[in-house]
Design a protein. Structure first.
Lengths: 735, 78
């Protein structure tokens, strides 16, 4: 059996880098039970045994401020890992120890990994790890997660510590006379009633009552109403006293005293400065340019454009390879299988469906690589900083930018993790507004739709059109957010308070793992949901099929073509192969092909999907969509990339000659009813219409209500249709 | 010694926090990030639209909105 250990620490402390260093590729991502906070787990296999490592969400504190903090706290008390490796940024010791102190107050078996000692040294900060260890009474191991330095010593310490968990007693610090006295009164009450003490130390419970911690107060009320109300009354009394004598409140006093304690520890020769701390650091110099009033925003737009160029330029070749592979697979299946439903299922349903999605994997990989770089380098936080004023105008939050960007604010994200990223937002109202508007972003699954239409109708101006689509989705999302925040979700804004981490060159390993995880998520979705949908759609487009009478009609027409031919020509048609045909045989073949095409077309119109598409055509024509586009858009509700594969299936079903491997883009160019205006209208519709059902499910879960999920489907589709009609009608007038 | 609101501080101006009046979620967040009385702060700069403000505290860079800075009273350096 392997020993469970947890990695905990502030965001940007190098926690994930250490996790990657320890576990390498042996990691997987899941969720904490009941919530959608990401849970990263991995095994750390060493000569001294193997460990199951959990990378807890990065937090600054253990109050119930955010869901991450609650999740981290719950994990620690419920799962009781043998050791908590607390990663502490040595160049930022004071604030990082604030979290360490809270682990120690809870009596957790903490081992401090004093990370980034190299960065600290460069800044002229010397930390005496041994002295810190002596004063805090916990092991301290200096590490450099990026290079793996200190890994062995960390291992030894963890192994030693895992052996004697029982030795850990909660750290007792003084919070000043008033609070200490109150704690001394409360602890016996808690101990006598065994109030929550199964899970938490008594003094800690008392402390949380004084801090008015919502989670503990709620749990207390359920556990023992009587004790809970006594404690609450005592806490209230202390609060009144603190307010009267110190013009403060217990929470504030406790935090002050924690920082006071840390300060006192650091002053005992733990930390030494070799040069002036006020001098400008590298990061500050970079910020002078990158967050400059005028240069900052210009550079930000430049960065976004560079991301596009990077993604589109470098992914072209691998995209072609993947398309070639699936084209070859289709050809193989076509040659090997007899005609019929099975062949149709395999080629039109499976190979085309999966191929249409996989073809965009390289694109998405490059996009994620770019985003990970921006994220890991620290630039993303600067974007939130520069954009907060703008976001707030629309009733959102600077942190909304994360959700928007993950969803595809920089085209290529996914609304599913985007919706989940919105949980860093504390205010339910800003969060809700973010949740409901992030699906407007250009997620990776919408890219194939744009890529197809751009290739077909705007091949000359690819980058410009993609940039325009990004702007349209942003402006639309922000305006809708404003609309929602001033109507259905009115209310005040919440704290912004955020760290601007120092700029760092991202590690290659971190980038690769990050990129791979996100790409893999996309592929898993493609491999399962999309395949299922693709097959379902194939069935919808195949059945019920033409009735006997119609089939007979087509057979009769075929027979009419062959009837008048001489036996020589018929023989020539049957074993034609590669040989050149005589002119009469050629004419006959063309006639037959045309009939087959019409039969397929009729069959599709007759199918379930065709009937839905036809029924909607009367209305959808206003936006320039025919029944095929309608089918594709209905399919897109399952997942946006299905729009492409469905269009592919819809057109390839009507296409008979398998040698004629026209790409879908060329097909559309030659279709009547298709043109730049139709393409624009469809792109606008794709931006705004109902999110895919996975996102809808997430919205329901995140908001805790199917009402909002239904709202996003209905409202978005109505909005999208209105805008598309506008684009199409105005476009038709101009051109 | 002059005590002013954090919002009114100018770029590169330093001082010591005297009090943090915010309560509830905002107060908790401000304190968790180290904004407690006695801490030295220095204004690093402002976003292009003058809000939020970024400041140096305990050796790292923190940003907050002007209306959050309003809750923080600072005794500015002479």
């Amino acid at each position: 059996m392997s020993t469970a250990i947890a990695l905990a620490g502030n965001p940007n402390s190098g926690k994930t880098t250490l996790f990657n260093t320890l576990t390498g590729a042996r990691q997987h991502v899941g969720n904490y039970p009941g919530v959608t906070v990401e849970k990263k787990q991995g095994s750390w296999v060493t000569g001294s045994g193997s460990f199951e490592v959990v990378d807890l969400p990065g937090t600054y504190s253990l109050t119930a401020y955010s869901l991450e903090e609650v999740v981290a706290r719950d994990f620690l008390v419920n799962e009781k890992p043998a050791v908590i490796v607390n990663i502490v940024d040595a160049s930022n010791l004071e604030r990082n120890l604030y979290l360490s102190l809270q682990f120690m107050e809870m009596g957790m078996p903490v081992c401090i990994a004093l990370n980034m000692i190299d960065v600290a040294k460069k800044r002229g900060i010397e930390v005496d790890g041994e002295q810190l260890s002596d004063l805090l009474g916990v092991p301290v191991v200096p590490t450099i997660a990026r290079t793996g330095k200190g890994k062995e010593q960390l291992l030894e310490t963890v192994v030693a510590q895992a052996g004697d968990r029982a030795d850990f007693i909660p750290l007792k610090i003084s919070y000043g006379r008033d609070i200490d006295a109150a704690l001394d009164d409360m602890v016996p009450i808690i101990e006598d009633a065994a109030f929550l003490t199964q899970t938490y130390p008594a003094r800690w419970v008392a402390l949380k009552y004084l801090e008015n911690d919502s989670q503990i107060v709620e749990m207390g009320a359920l556990a023992d109403k009587d004790v809970a109300s006594r404690l609450a009354a005592m806490a209230k009394k202390v609060a009144a006293h603190v307010a009267a004598t110190m013009d403060s409140h217990p929470e504030g006093v406790i935090a002050d005293q924690r920082y006071g304690f840390i300060n006192a520890v650091l002053k005992q020769n733990v930390i030494g400065y070799t040069h002036d701390q006020n001098r400008l650091r590298q990061s500050d110099k970079i910020d002078k340019v990158l967050t400059h009033r005028l240069a900052g925003p210009v550079i930000m737009i430049g960065v976004l454009l560079a991301l596009y160029q990077f993604t589109f330029t470098y992914s072209t070749l691998p995209v072609e390879w993947v398309e070639d592979i699936f084209g070859w697979l289709g050809g193989m299946a076509d040659a090997a299988l007899p005609d019929g439903h099975l062949k149709s299922l395999i080629i039109s349903g499976i190979i085309d469906g999966v191929g249409g999605v996989m073809g965009f994997v390289p694109l998405i990989m490059f996009m994620f690589l770019g985003i990970s770089f921006v994220e890991d380098s620290g630039y993303l936080a600067r974007m939130a900083f520069m954009l907060d004023r703008v976001f707030r105008m629309f009733g959102l939050h600077g942190s909304s930018v994360m959700a928007f960007i993950v969803s595809g604010g920089i085209a290529g994200g996914c609304a599913v993790p985007g919706v989940m990223a919105a949980r860093t937002l504390k205010s339910p109202k800003e969060r809700l507004a973010t949740l409901l508007t992030v699906p407007f972003m250009n997620c990776g699954a919408k890219l194939p739709v744009y890529a197809l239409l751009v290739a077909a109708f705007f091949a000359e101006n690819q980058a410009q059109v993609m940039l325009m689509l990004t702007l349209v989705s942003w402006i639309g999302a922000l305006l809708v957010a404003k609309l929602l925040r001033s109507t259905v979700i009115r209310g005040e804004s919440t704290p912004f308070v955020m760290e601007l981490p120092p700029y760092r060159v991202p590690t290659l390993k971190g980038l690769v793992i990050h990129t791979w995880e996100r790409t893999w998520q996309y592929m898993k979705k493609a491999g399962t949901v999309i395949l299922g949908i693709s097959i379902l759609l194939w069935a919808m487009m195949t059945f019920p099929g033409l009735d006997q009478a119609r089939l007979a009609q087509f057979d009769a027409r075929r027979a009419a073509v062959t009837q008048d031919l001489g036996p020589a020509v018929v023989a020539e048609l049957e074993n034609s192969g590669e040989t050149a045909l005589s002119s009469s045989a050629m004419a006959a073949r063309q006639a037959l092909v045309a009939i087959d095409g019409q039969a397929a077309q009729a069959g599709l119109k007759q199918s379930i999907a065709g009937r839905i598409g036809m029924a909607l055509e009367g209305v959808s024509q206003l936006a320039g969509f025919d029944w095929r586009t309608n089918i594709a858009l209905v399919g897109g509700f399952a997942a946006k990339e299905v729009v492409v594969s469905t269009l592919g299936t819809a057109y390839s079903l009507g296409e008979v000659d398998p040698e004629e491997n026209n790409s879908l883009a060329q097909q559309l160019q030659s279709e009547p009813g298709w043109g730049p205006v139709t393409a624009l209208s469809l792109m606008v519709f794709t931006i705004f219409y109902a999110p895919c059902f996975v996102t809808v499910v997430c919205i329901a879960r995140e908001t805790g209500s199917w009402k909002w999920a239904a709202f996003s489907v209905g409202f978005n589709t109505a909005l999208a249709f209105g805008l598309s009609v506008l684009v199409y009608q105005i476009g038709a007038l101009i051109l | 010694m002059r005590q002013i609101n954090l919002r009114q501080m100018k770029k590169n101006q330093g001082g010591v926090i005297v009090s943090v009046k915010a309560e509830g979620a905002m107060g908790r967040r401000l304190r968790d990030m180290g904004l407690v009385p006695g801490k030295q702060v220095k204004i690093q700069g402002r976003a292009p639209l003058y809000d939020p403000v970024s400041l140096r505290i305990m050796g790292f860079t923190l940003t907050l909105r002007n209306n959050e800075a309003d809750h923080i009273l600072v005794e500015v350096d002479a």
